[in-house]
Design a binder for this molecule. Structure first.
Ligand SMILES: [Zn+2]
Length: 437
């Protein structure tokens, strides 16, 4: 199939893709409310003519895996949605296989009142589509399924398997992607592409992330006597935070030993994200909880960081304990010489006439679960702005561009099967030599 034919096939999906993106953005798929989005993804996979499989979240199976992240909420009734386009290559010796993975969950809107329009109403303005999760990463889900639908509607057969995965809980634990791999979906793949909003580069390295919650015990008293009695748990949180900021500085000072991050000014970010405490303005608060996110370098053991966090918190001269729920994961890195980096790079260059940069991110993604199983995983996807912020938006033309890159990549990576149908004509000249092998 020629590059021009692939591009035409993707272009034909433009309105199907935009409609799917709008519908996805209008499902407020925050933690615990992912199903509305998963139902849409199941239908999108079925629209490709693929058999849809649900992989239920199984708390016991997740907790039994050493790479799970702890969680304090109920996962019963939640599912990941997957579908596999079987290649004609006959398994080993056939074409190479790949997983296209995206997450359907989104973070909360941060502050609805600051948004120009409601965060879960998709608003189009020129080339941009606004809404929470539009960029991170519903547009990526749309691009990956759009690429597959384009190729299938065009009647092409591939030699290797393409597995589509729409997962839950990427933003809090990564346990959705883990559950897919535990169930065997994509577990033996030759590569994975996660269509996170990394649009002009491929992300090959990422930090690990630890979520922790510090409970501070106060002594309640009437506010009128606060200067002589009681102990204010909310005031005390500042002491805890000072110790944690000192640990953050210590961790950043260690960056020289970590190749991907040595030249980064501040790779390790501590984020105090939630503070709860007290129950009355005239009562000295009896308790407070500070919930934080802290990063770690690839190659570091999250257990080591847990010990350092606990040691920092232990330096305060009052009762404070550390609990864990949410991310507890390693960083990871992929070798730039991996064949998938080259083949995806060729596809990118053939569309954009410029190479994609290779980068490290100071965030985590589900890519780590694939890398931990020896599957090289790259993040690459549509162009987004203000993810996790206000007025998050995604560039609509970039969704089509990513779908074109992915479609060209799938043909090059998995190989085109000539076993059935009319002979296909390979395009020669121009940029096609980058993709056809
Ligand atoms: Zn994301």
């Amino acid at each position: 199939m020629s590059q021009a034919a692939i591009d035409r096939a993707v272009a034909e999906q433009a309105s199907w893709m935009e409609d799917l993106l709008v519908a996805l953005v209008e499902q407020p798929t925050v933690l615990g409310a992912e199903e509305g989005g998963q139902a849409l993804m199941a239908r999108a996979f079925a629209d490709c003519g693929l058999e849809v499989e649900s992989i239920a979240m199984d708390a016991a199976a997740i907790r039994a895996d050493p790479r799970h992240s702890p969680f304090s909420w109920d996962v019963a009734g939640k599912r990941n949605v997957v579908a596999t386009w079987r290649g004609e290559g006959g398994g080993v010796g056939g074409g190479r296989s790949v997983v296209l993975n995206g997450h359907v969950d989104v973070v909360p809107p941060a502050s609805e009142t600051l948004w120009t329009s409601p965060p879960f109403v998709a608003r189009r303005d020129g080339d941009w589509l606004y809404g929470r999760g539009a960029g991170d990463m519903k547009a990526g889900l749309v691009a990956m399924v759009g690429a597959v639908k384009a190729l299938r509607d065009a009647g092409i057969s591939l030699r290797g398997d393409v597995t589509l995965q729409s997962v839950v809980e990427e933003e809090c634990t990564g346990n959705g992607a883990l559950q897919c791999l535990l169930a065997g979906s994509g577990a033996g793949a030759d590569a994975a592409v996660l269509t996170e909003p990394h649009h002009d580069h491929f992300t090959l390295a990422q930090v690990g992330v630890l979520w922790f919650h510090v409970d501070v015990r106060g002594v309640p008293a009437h506010a009128a006597r606060a200067s002589t009695s009681g102990f204010n748990a909310l005031d005390a949180v500042h002491r805890v935070l000072a110790e944690l900021r000192a640990l953050e500085a210590e961790l950043n000072a260690e960056r020289a030993g970590h190749a991907w991050y040595a030249d980064h000014e501040h790779p390790i970010n501590l984020n105090p994200g939630i503070l709860h405490g007290g129950d009355w303005a005239s009562t000295v608060p009896a308790e407070a909880t500070l919930s934080c996110r802290l990063a770690l370098y690839p190659g570091q053991d999250p257990a080591d960081l847990q010990r350092r966090v606990e040691a920092a918190v232990a330096r305060v001269p009052f009762g404070a304990t550390v609990r864990y729920s949410g991310f507890r994961c390693e960083g990871c890195q992929v070798d730039a010489d991996e064949p998938v980096v080259r083949v995806l790079g060729d596809a990118y260059r053939s569309v954009h006439r410029a190479p994609a940069a290779l980068r490290a991110t100071t965030a985590t993604t589900d890519a780590r679960h694939f890398v931990a199983r020896g599957i090289p995983a790259i993040c690459f996807g549509p162009e987004a702005e203000d993810i996790h912020g206000i007025d998050e938006r995604v560039s609509l033309p970039s969704v089509g561009e990513v779908a074109r890159v992915l479609a060209r990549f799938l043909v090059a990576w998995c190989g085109e099967s000539n076993d059935k149908g009319p002979p296909v004509s390979a395009a020669h000249g121009g940029e096609s030599s980058h993709v056809h092998r």
